[in-house]
Design a protein around this ligand. Structure first.
Ligand SMILES: [Zn+2]
Length: 207
């Protein structure tokens, strides 16, 4: 069912996005909600179906990957999908003010921020300027992953997604409360550049 027709609760929205991702994987996209009527309709407001926190990587264009269009997703992108106050404010705005029922955290294969952080932890260069904050924000996820015996960059990328979901739930009482009641769902995915698939690594309220 197209995203615009689904019930605005976590599981139906997630299922519609999974269906869109399948179309993208199979080069069978509908490219919905990208026409003139949709543009005019959106002058009066927005009701996106999900908020997505994704890496800024140019190979991870969120709307294309889920085969959706204008007004469908509220997207926050930072290198390494890191969290700060502005990101938390954006997620809470999407949930509280726009009534979004689903939060998606998207990491991906071959993530430069994760690789750079792993290299820095191994004694490599730490980038200067504001790039330093990226390393500082990703490092705890990698240290945690290593403590659990994980060792590959792919493992680190996936664990960083899980740790980011955990952080969202532990640091925002507003989001945590809505996930506890089932009103809001949360899914962490690892996007595979090679085949276009978004593989869930952690889910709440979408099964
Ligand atoms: Zn990345």
């Amino acid at each position: 069912m197209p995203l615009r027709n689904v019930e605005r609760t976590p599981a139906p929205v997630w299922n519609a996005l999974v269906a869109g991702n399948e179309r993208f994987i199979n080069f069978d996209e509908d490219r919905p909600n990208q026409d003139a009527p949709r543009r005019r309709q959106l002058r009066d407001g927005q009701a996106p179906a999900a908020v997505v926190i994704s890496c800024s990587d140019s190979r991870v264009p969120v709307e294309i990957i889920f085969d959706v269009g204008l007004g469908d997703l509220f997207v926050v992108r930072t290198a390494g999908e890191i969290l700060d106050q502005a990101v938390f404010g954006s997620i809470e705005y999407a949930i509280e003010s726009l009534g979004v029922p689903l939060v998606i955290v998207m990491g991906h294969e071959s993530c430069g921020a994760v690789k750079a952080t792993a290299d820095a932890l191994d004694g490599g260069d730490i980038p200067g300027g504001y790039q330093r904050v990226l390393i500082e924000k990703v490092a705890p996820s990698i240290l945690e992953a290593r403590a659990e015996g994980l060792s590959t960059i792919t493992d680190f990328e996936k664990h960083h997604v899980v740790a980011t979901v955990d952080q969202i739930l532990s640091r925002s009482p507003e989001i945590h409360a809505k996930v506890e009641t089932g009103e809001v769902g949360i899914v962490g995915v690892h996007y595979q550049l090679s085949d276009g698939r978004t593989v869930p690594v952690i889910t709440r309220n979408v099964d």
